[in-house]
Design a protein around this ligand. Structure first.
Ligand SMILES: [Zn+2]
Length: 221
């Protein structure tokens, strides 16, 4: 179980911080993730022991250093900011478009600094991930590679590091005997071309085939 809080708004921030550090969440050992674009709310959440900061669009170097020191994860949700700027998807409107265009370069700066400082980064989409959603984890990985990660690191951000953040690293997130077989089949080597992640031919969830489109996806021999 995870508790998700919104920490950007400083009107709700004090209650949120008490909730994380002294309240039920801390007593029961329930991890708390905090959605915060602003630096002040995010820093307070990091200090209070939040396990991750979602968005972190305006994080300062000081807060990122604190995150590195405390082991707080950053979930940049770059695709969601991009979704704000484009028609359709989960979010769209003239004001959101303006906001998204302003936020994307900020978020990129934060990402690059977080990478440089060694803050742990995990992919996330910040939406319902429905059929109409355009914010795909595969696209988030593409952004990470564009912004300086190796394809291998981007895939780790979506798998092994993500499992670690969610506390399920002993059962999934890597391919290893005894682990749940959570696998996807794609048509090429994503270490050579990260875009292959977008073309999922088969999904195996805990050993069960959940999606199979191989007859259409691969050329016949
Ligand atoms: Zn959010």
């Amino acid at each position: 179980m995870f508790i998700s809080l919104i920490g950007t708004d400083n009107r709700i921030q004090p209650n949120a911080i008490i909730f994380i550090s002294n309240g039920k969440a801390a007593k029961r050992g329930v991890p708390v993730m905090v959605h915060a674009h602003g630096d002040e709310g995010a820093r307070a959440a990091v200090r209070a022991g939040a396990k991750s900061i979602e968005h972190g669009t305006f994080l300062t170097e000081e807060t990122l250093k604190l995150m590195k020191a405390k082991g707080t994860y950053l979930v940049p949700t770059f695709i969601t900011l991009e979704d704000l700027t484009q028609p359709g998807g989960d979010y769209f409107g003239p004001v959101l478009e303006l906001r998204g265009k302003f936020m994307m370069p900020q978020a990129e700066k934060v990402f690059r600094k977080a990478e440089e400082l060694g803050v742990k980064i995990v992919t996330g989409a910040d939406n319902g991930y429905s059929a109409l959603t355009t914010s795909r984890i595969s696209l988030e990985c593409q952004h990470y590679v564009r912004m300086g990660m190796t394809p291998f690191e981007a895939i780790q951000a979506a798998t092994v590091v993500a499992a670690e953040l969610l506390g399920i690293e002993k059962t999934t997130g890597r391919i290893q005997p005894g682990y749940e077989a959570d696998l996807i089949l794609i048509p090429g080597n994503p270490l050579e071309e990260i875009r292959y992640l977008q073309d999922v031919l088969m999904v195996i969830s805990n050993g069960t085939v959940a999606l199979k489109r191989i007859p259409f996806g691969l050329p016949e021999k």
